[in-house]
Design a protein around this ligand. Structure first.
Ligand code: PBG
Length: 324
């Protein structure tokens, strides 16, 4: 049997019918809000390439965290911009460093109302802008970086983080972090591994947001956009090293990787709707070229449809309010 007996349009006749048969939801609890806090900021500073997003002060960050929790957002991912950067990213492991202070204050403020996560990477803290420490000849030193990540994980755990988000794409980073956390007694702190992270042009606005000093690129550690099967290997290694969740980043150009990951693993899968994806929509909407509200919902729905359980998005609070 086919047309004219079969008419798929019957299930699209009314909003109530379409709601009944919708295959995908975007529950607020599945959304994670990335937030930026700048050391020593007197007031929130708008990020020009990310309209609507700011570098927070500690004060405004606490308020934003409460707002997000009240909107039902599932978690917060903290990023920080230190005042001083150096070759090894000392600020990342200093208990009084801005990221660790922010974790402590946000965790105290929101309690159990949402999950507090933090980026675990050195790029915001290094004066050369790379995600790790460098060898004498200027290459990113994988194994020396693992030592820094291990210390950073423990510092974040002591500050009260619930989930660390290792995003540096060093080999062995999940194992090194897990071992350090366990050794320090932080067996309950979990790791959301940025397993499949690509060397993407779509991180551009983020690098403005964190005032990255990077020259050149991250192609010796982040993945080549041409590769998807390689992601399966990265995911498998991270799970073997103890990852509690795995993440694909960016999201929109990599929905095939999100789907393959979802089908391959039995842990939660996250996808990061990154800064460039955000800014493209905001810029086009500002020109009146696309319908902003519909575009946002379509983006988030598509990432969920591809199989992401958790979506990191700068629209988390706004979307959560609309979807509640
Ligand atoms: C690394 C990190 C980056 C992003 C999140 N964590 C930047 C990078 O790898 O260059 C990008 C997030 C975004 O673009 O929204 N600390």
């Amino acid at each position: 049997m086919g047309y004219p007996e079969m008419r798929p349009r019957r299930l699209r006749t009314t909003p109530a019918m379409r709601r009944l048969v919708a295959e995908t939801d975007v529950p607020p609890r599945s959304l994670v809000l990335p937030v930026f806090v700048a050391e020593g900021a007197a007031e929130p500073v708008p990020i020009p390439s990310m309209p609507g997003v700011v570098q927070h002060t500690l004060d405004s960050l606490r308020k934003a965290a409460v707002e997000a929790a009240e909107a039902g957002v599932g978690g917060l991912m903290l990023f920080a911009i230190p005042r001083a950067k150096d070759a090894i990213g000392s600020g990342a492991t200093d208990p009084d460093g801005i990221l660790n202070v922010a974790i402590r204050e946000v965790a105290a403020e929101v309690g159990d109302a949402t999950v507090v996560m933090a980026d675990l990477c050195l790029d915001e803290f290094t004066d050369h802008g790379h995600c790790g420490v460098l060898t004498a000849d200027g290459r990113v030193d994988n194994d020396a970086t693992l030592v820094r990540y291990a210390d950073m994980a423990v510092a974040q755990a002591e500050a009260g983080v619930q989930v660390v988000g290792p995003s540096g794409m060093m080999d062995g980073q999940i194992g090194a972090i897990r071992a350090a956390l366990d050794r320090a007694g932080h067996t309950d702190v979990s790791a959301m591994a940025y397993s499949a992270k690509y060397a993407s042009a779509f991180f551009g606005p983020f690098r403005d947001a964190v005032q990255s000093s990077l020259e050149g690129d991250r192609s010796t550690y982040q993945q080549d956009p041409a590769n998807a099967t390689e992601s399966m290997r990265e995911v498998a290694l991270d799970l073997a090293e103890g990852a509690d969740m795995v993440l694909v980043k960016p999201a929109l150009g990599y929905l095939d990787v999100v789907r393959r990951t979802r089908d391959a693993v039995d842990v939660p899968v996250a996808a990061y709707n990154v800064s460039g994806e955000y800014s493209m929509v905001e810029a086009a909407a500002a020109q009146g070229w696309i319908d902003r509200d519909r575009a946002i919902l379509e983006v988030l729905t598509s990432i969920r449809r591809a199989g992401a359980d958790i979506v990191l998005t700068y629209w988390a609070v706004e979307a959560a309010r609309r979807l509640r």
